[in-house]
Ligand binder design. Sequence first.
Ligand code: PLP
Length: 391
Amino acid sequence: PIYFDNHATTQVDPRVVEVMLPTLAEIYGNPSSVGHVFGEAAKELVEQAQQTIASRVGAEAGEIVFTSGATESNNLAIAGVLNQRRRRGDHVVTLTTEHKAVLDPLEQFEQRGYRVTRLSPKQADDPMAGLIDVDQVREAIGPETALVSVMLANNEIGVIQPIAEIGRLCKEQGVLFHCDATQAVGKIPVDVQALRVDLMSFSAHKVYGPKGVGGLYVRKKDPRVRLQPSIFGGGQQRGLRSGTLNVTGIVGLAEAVRLGVAEMESENARIAQLRSQLWAGLQERISGVHLNGPPLDDPRVRLAGNLNFAVEKVDGEALMMNVREIAVSSGSACTSANPQPSHVLRGLGLSEDLTRSSLRFGIGRFNTADQVEIAIEVVANAVAKLRKLIA
Ligand code: PLP
């Protein structure tokens, strides 16, 4: 099968593997063991990685905390703010279309008495479907609001939210702002100053790095940004996240981000071209296909590699079963650990049927035009076959 599920995860780039290997059997010291050269060499690698990442997102090295991935980063950001003794109240603003790694921790806090406002983005019948209206965020923020959490790029429909505007708003109102930038770092330009985020999550395995490692940007200069740790122990990373550092993963994360940023412009142009080819081919071959999410032709509002569409008059599960030569993901339950149809598509007001018969492509670094031609063929044949069965 051909891999088109690059929003779920990505193949580790061989160039990333290359820089990770020496950390396994050669530079294997514990970066906290600063009494000898083994530890010092590892510490230097970690510091270099911090510097590499920080400089690619407009941060300072000391503002990057390493975690096990974006799920942990989101949890650390949310719990870190909400468990801290607060200057403000117990209210949080987020979107219905956030990743579960934001929504579920917030639900835990809601059960403990916090108030969570979940804003709906523009609906499926709007040309800018998926985008949040900044005025809605403005209206939702009140004197009790402790935190706003909005993602930069969505993992299902690729929509890019107006984070800089929301960041400015939060700054004006004195509210802390967390951004889940997991699908954005290394794929589109990200600058924590321009975006005015206080906390920002990212992960290696979405950008051709290894699984199980990610980071959280924590704005240092602002004394309001103090986090309660979630993991206690040896006091690594200024006590914010104890545990021996995952040197191999951290080195891989940094190289993945470095490559992503260095090649972003040409890569996005190439990937956008592949997506145009894919969408044109699908529309030509299949009747009744509907784009989910914002327009494809505006790189300011949608990730280059994302295509998500609903197919009328087919059963979603049957469609997935019949496109097994390509690895894509579905709006129905069968591809996820979560047995619900996509909450993001449902959050756009899409019917349950169209949600279930939606397919998500994440076109990535290792995809080619020939593969796209095959994908068009596979999906078109599957739809034709299924429609014939019910005709
Ligand atoms: N946030 C977003 C937007 C994602 O796409 C993902 C990936 O599933 C995550 C968070 C979770 O990241 P990780 O797998 O690194 O925990």
